[in-house]
Design a protein around this ligand. Structure first.
Ligand SMILES: [Zn+2]
Length: 46
């Protein structure tokens, strides 16, 4: 049984935890999903 050490539940899947996208043409754009935090927003709060 493999244990997942990386907590993907708290890492934004869109920007891979970076908080922004690296544009091909140059520059960067803030991730609209995590709003630049790099962390996945938990909508399933208790
Ligand atoms: Zn993100």
């Amino acid at each position: 049984m493999k244990v997942e050490t990386v907590d993907k539940t708290k890492t934004c899947e869109y920007c891979d935890g970076k908080g922004y996208f690296q544009l091909v043409l140059g520059g960067s754009e803030t991730c609209p999903s995590c709003e630049g935090t790099g962390k996945k927003i938990d909508n399933e709060s208790n």
